[in-house]
Structure formats: C-alpha cells, structure tokens
Write a protein that binds this ligand. Structure first.
Ligand code: FAD
Length: 544
C-alpha cells in the first residue's frame, strides 16, 4: 500500500515537472504579471501562449486601426479549457480578475475581440481538433461549435441536403462572432437575422458556469447572448435551424437612377413574402440587397461586384455614370433559389416578381449560379484583393440601421451630399431593407423602432497597406474616410435621423446608454447577473 502510494506520488511529481518544462519551453517571456500565479499550475496553463506571433495575432483585427496587447493567448482544446480559464479569473476576484475576450476570426473593426493585459481565447484552435459540426437533417437543425466558420457549416449541412436559411454576405466568419452581433444579409427580410434562427446555445458565462439555454430554458441568458457583443458568455455550441437546400440560384441586378423608385421597389419585393400575393408569387424572393454606384465606386472597382458584371456591362454602366445627369446610380440585387423540381418554373416566377419594377429599361443583368457559389460570392473577390495586397489594409467601416421614414433624407444628405464628390471612396456601399418583426426584441441586438428599416453598410477601405499602427494613423486616405464617417453621424444627429449602429463602436457610457435606449437597464442587469466582474469582451468598451 505504502509502496503504491509513493509510486503514484512519484508519477504526479514527474507529470508536474513535465508540464512545467513544456510550458517554459513554449514561453519566450516570463509569466505575465497581470495573470494570477495560481493559473500557472492549472492544466489549462499548457494552452497559454505568450510568444510574439500569438500576441501579435491577438492584438490586431480586420479594421487595422486598433491595437491592444494581451498578456497571453489561450488555444483551447475543449470547452473545459475555457471554463477553467474563466473560473481562474472569477476566483481571483479578491486580487483583480483578468479580462478575457473570445476571438473568432478577428474580423472586428475596432478592437472588439481584444483584451488589453488579459487573455484572448483563440476560438479557432477548437476547430482544429475536432469537426464540431453535427447535422440532424430529419429534425432540421445543426449543432455547431461557436468557433466554426459559416463556410464549414454550409459544406457540412449540404452533405445532408439541408442548409441554414439566414446568412452573412461573407462566410469566413465564426458562428460565435456573428451571433454576438446579429448576422445579417439579403435573406434577413425573410428569415430574420442569424440570431433569429438559433434554437439552443451552450454558453460559458462570466462566472465560469456552463449553461445550456434556449427560448424555453434559461431564456434570459439565451436572449442576452444573442446580439450581446460577447458580454455575457462565450458561445461554445449553437443549434442552428436548417431547411431543405436548393441547388441553384437566379441572381439578378437592376440599375436605378431614382433613389425613391429603388427603395420603393425594394420595399415592395420584401413585402411579397409577408403578404402572400397570388399563388405564383407566394414564395417571393430569397434574397434582396442593393448598392450605391458612383463613378468612384463603379462596379468594376468594387469588391462586391467586380466579377458579377461582364466587361460589356461595365462599359454600359460607366457610360451612364459619365452622363452628368446620373453620376450616382443604385443597383437592386435579388436572388431566387431553385432546384430540379422548380427548374422549369423559376424563370416564369421571377418574371412575375420583377414585372412592374422601375429600373432603367434594359439595365437588368442576370446570372445563373450554384447555391454554394452564390452564398460564397465574396470569397472570390477576397482572393483577388489578397493577390493584389489589398485585403490586409485599414477598414474604417460604418454600418448603420436607418428607419424607413428617413431613408430619403439619408440619401440626400449622405449619398448625394457628403459622399457624392469624394474622390477617396473605395469599397462597396450597401443599402437594403429589413423587417423588425423578424427580430426578437428580447435579444440584445439593437434596431430602430420602425417595422421597415434599412441596413446601410459603408464598407470603405484605404488602398494603402500600413504595417504599423502609427503608419495607419498617418494614412491620409484612412483619415479622410474616418472624417466622412464622423460627418455622416453628425449629419444624422443634426437631422434627427435615429440611426442605430450595427457592429457598434462607442467610447463613453453615455453613448452606449443612448445606443441601447430602453434596453440599457436590462442589458446592465444581465451583465450583473452573468458576468458581474465584467471579465468578458472588454474590447467592446461597454463596462470596461
Ligand atoms: P471576432 O471579430 O473575433 O469577435 C467579435 C466579437 O464577438 C468580439 O467581441 C468577441 O469577443 C465576440 N466573440 C467572438 N466569438 C465569440 C463566442 N464564441 N462567444 C461569444 N462572443 C464571441 N456581418 C454581418 O452581419 N453580415 C455580413 O454580411 C458581414 N460581412 C462581413 C464581411 C467581411 C469581409 C467582414 C470582415 C465582416 C463582415 N461582417 C458581417 C461583420 C462580422 O459579422 C463581425 O465582424 C463579426 O464580429 C466577425 O466575426 P469574427 O468571427 O471575426 O468575430
């Protein structure tokens, strides 16, 4: 008995020393002083990285204008590692808890996935170890890890003949990252944002508890986390609703010079599904978006459309833009899905749906593509930009939700005002309507009060590659675009256009309170309940 005990003791010591040696080997810096010493002796410490590459990766994002240096990055192998990390911070309350930020793809724009002096959880590390996507085609859901990319969710679900119905335009984003915001695209008018299509979540709260939640079970946490900007917990699993997947898509763009006709037609098209209409139109369209086109932002130079239009189409559009009367155009973009059962009827249905629209005669362009190519349309543009070194550049984006009643004023003041003659525009400008009734107001996401509101995405990029933060801050193009953003927000304020920022970026408590409006008190109470020490997602700068 005594001998066995000393052998087991011996093994424990050897294992401990091995862990310590391996940890020391991985770390090129001493133990970060902002992290508690006790953490060093937990198993999870083996997953911490403090090397230059890891720290650099976690202190930058897609926006390229923020830099916060974390003490360490954790590459979790499972949910247990995340739980151990959060508990370690929560338990060190008497000293001071360290902050923790989940990082999906780091496609945030203003440091939202960073944690100055804290620990960044590299969620993508979990995707490497196991294919954490399981599809139940018969019950129409897929269970997916919060770290998974939507492109991988698409590919996995298609194997079972199904797919989620609500998407983002770009699929190389993580499930946890988009669900923390909302997840919107041209399908939102019909199916709601991605957060409206979640059936259940597993969440590691700021207290280090693992909670399964849904609309019926722990519903407060469920609603808090969806659109909750990472404030209440780390999503480790999401059960996403799926439906029968189509195989192909009719993809159409129509050009307008009259903004009111453009928005009237968009609103008509998103209402068809809601109102039913005649038998043949009951299904309506599957996707409705739109964009602004100026000579600066011609489709040829725009990463959302450079490959949609043919060379002849580009010349046609450019010659209209060259005409002084129409130096600003809009294109309405729609899609209708089909498969082998509807292949013979889809063209007829589309014709009926689009008949009576007021686009410029002859300026309608159609493509017939596979469902995957349609959903993954931004990827080919991304690869083109990457090959030219124009992807890894500063992105001073501004995304706004504008109430329908003020969208014409917004057009006059912003598209035809602030932006019209700017020679610094690079990147698409999206304009498309959504329906408030497709969102769940109990969730944390914030939208305007009117039933129809527009998403306006000013997806600017500076063409200048900057490698350091100081270079970026001196980049003239970037600064001009930031100035435009400032002017647009000031214009909305002065004209009393009650816009809401999507992917919000505020610095003061007063601004956040104004953003959440009547939802602020609930948001704050939920924070106290689920993350009372304000450990999570400090980069949003709401409670930190
Ligand atoms: P990150 O940037 O890594 O994280 C975002 C926030 O979520 C952070 O606060 C982070 O702490 C938190 N977070 C991350 N993972 C989790 C988790 N598992 N649990 C809890 N919190 C977490 N958005 C749209 O809605 N529609 C679009 O069409 C769209 N297109 C885009 C195209 C491009 C090219 C880019 C760069 C962004 C686009 N976005 C779009 C915005 C995108 O949804 C957000 O930037 C989102 O945050 C990116 O996800 P991510 O995985 O990179 O998250």
């Amino acid at each position: 008995m005594g001998k066995n005990k000393s052998i087991s003791c011996c093994f424990t010591v050897i294992a401990f020393v091995k862990r310590l040696v391996s940890r020391i080997g991985k770390q090129s810096r001493p133990w970060p002083p902002s992290l508690p010493r006790e953490l060093q002796f937990l198993d999870v410490a083996a997953r911490l990285r403090v090397d230059f590459d890891a720290i650099t990766m976690a202190s930058t994002d897609f926006g390229k204008f923020s830099r916060e240096i974390p003490a360490a990055v954790i590459c979790p192998s499972s949910e247990d590692d995340i739980v151990a990390l959060v508990r370690s911070s929560y338990a060190s309350a008497s000293s001071s808890p360290f902050s923790i930020a989940a990082r999906g793809q780091g496609h945030s724009l203003r440091g939202q996935a960073m944690a100055s002096g804290g620990v960044v959880v590299d969620m993508r590390a979990m995707a490497i170890n196991s294919g954490r996507i399981s599809v139940c085609g018969s019950a129409l859901y897929a269970d997916v890890g919060g770290e998974q990319l939507w492109i991988d969710v698409l590919n996995a679900t298609l194997w079972h003949g199904v797919a989620p119905s609500s998407w983002t335009d770009y699929l190389y984003l993580t499930v946890g990252g988009t669900l923390s915001n909302a997840g919107i695209s041209g399908q939102s008018f019909r199916h709601g944002p991605q957060i409206s299509n979640v059936k259940e979540l597993d969440v590691v709260t700021g207290r280090g508890e693992v909670v399964t939640c849904s609309r019926d079970m722990n519903s407060e946490l469920f609603c808090a986390v969806l659109g909750g900007l990472g404030q209440f917990g780390i999503i480790t699993r999401a059960r996403i609703a799926v439906e029968q997947a189509p195989s192909r898509v009719k993809w159409v763009r129509m050009l307008y010079h009259d903004f009111s006709a453009f928005t009237r037609d968009q609103e008509y098209l998103i209402s068809i599904h809601v109102n039913g209409g005649d038998e043949g139109m009951k299904q309506g369209l599957d996707y409705v978006e739109g964009s602004v086109v100026t000579s600066q932002l011609s489709p040829a130079s725009n990463w959302r459309s450079s490959s949609f239009f043919s060379q002849t189409d580009h010349s046609k559009i450019s010659s209209i833009l060259a005409n002084q009367q129409h130096d600003i155009l809009y294109y309405l973009e729609v899609a209708k899905y089909y498969d082998h059962l509807t292949v013979d009827t889809v063209d007829g249905e589309l014709e009926v749906l689009l008949s009576g629209l007021s686009f410029i005669p002859g300026l309608i362009f159609t493509k017939d593509v596979s469902y995957v190519d349609f959903l993954n349309r931004v990827r080919s543009e991304e690869l083109k930009l990457r090959s030219k070194g124009q992807w890894d550049v500063p992105h001073p984006w501004l995304n706004l939700f504008v109430p329908k009643s003020r969208i014409l004023d917004f057009d006059v003041g912003v598209f035809k005002g602030i932006l019209r003659h700017s020679s610094n525009l690079v990147g698409p400008i999206l304009v498309y309507p959504m329906l408030r009734s497709k969102w769940d107001d109990r969730m944390s996401a914030v939208i305007p009060g009117e039933e129809i509101f527009y998403c306006v995405g000013l997806l600017h990029s500076s063409p200048n590659v900057t490698t350091t933060l100081d270079e970026c801050k001196e980049d003239h193009q970037y600064l001009v675009l930031e100035e435009h953003n400032k002017k647009i927000l000031e214009f909305c304020e002065e004209a009393s256009i009650e816009v809401k920022q999507y992917l919000p970026n505020y610095r003061s408590r007063a601004e956040w309170m104004n953003h959440f409006g009547p939802k602020w008190e609930v948001f704050k109470e939920r924070k106290n309940k689920f993350d009372p020490l304000a450990i999570l997602s400090p980069g949003q700068r709401i409670f930190n």
